[in-house]
Design a protein around this ligand. Sequence first.
Ligand SMILES: [Zn+2]
Ligand SMILES: [Zn+2]
Length: 232
Amino acid sequence: MKHILAGLKQIGVEGRDLNGILVTHEHSDHITSVGAISRKYNIPVYANEQTWQAMESKLGRIGAGNRRIFYNDMDFYIQDINVQPYQIPHDAADPVGFSFYYKNKKISITTDLGHTNKKIIKNVMDSDLLILEANHDENMLMTGPYPAYLKKRIRGRKGHLSNEDTGRALLEIIKGKVTHVLLAHLSKENNYPQLAYQTVADILMENGVQPGKDIQIDLTYRDRASNFYQLG
Ligand SMILES: [Zn+2]
Ligand SMILES: [Zn+2]
């Protein structure tokens, strides 16, 4: 909560200004402090039914009016922002990514997915800005400290995208209109920002795409806010 509120403050937003908290899935790195922030500022929490069931006991008490349910592939509004949740392959109850539409702009966020598929690529490729997972370096993961079962889980079809996976997915995605991509959900043990950037940039360049010219690639960080983007 402290980190989220500090990050928001940097762009002039207070906790009480929030209109909703959207939950992609119930893993602890995504729901820690959801309950606390909702209670502190009386903010609605949005998740699909199965995610609610899986996370409810961990959130603590959520006011009845703040328990909001959405359905995958059915868009809804939070004030004047249109939100579209779409299913992603990950080992959680019913994980989703989100696209946000406001005026003629679109932002998509897709992290925590073991692989991409045509439907996901098609959905994110017409975003103006895309936040996409680049979770781990494949070599660092394999030679790193994680136990074998966890390595297998992360590499699996419902695990996480590697830097290499993300680079290859971007080769498809950049055929759409996306101009900015932020690499996200970088593993602390199995990745670091410069490596994620370089691996993705190398794959793009090997295929004739110039990062910085054909597409802007930026990073997000575990311990601080990313750059601030204003669209339009
Ligand atoms: Zn997860
Ligand atoms: Zn996660």
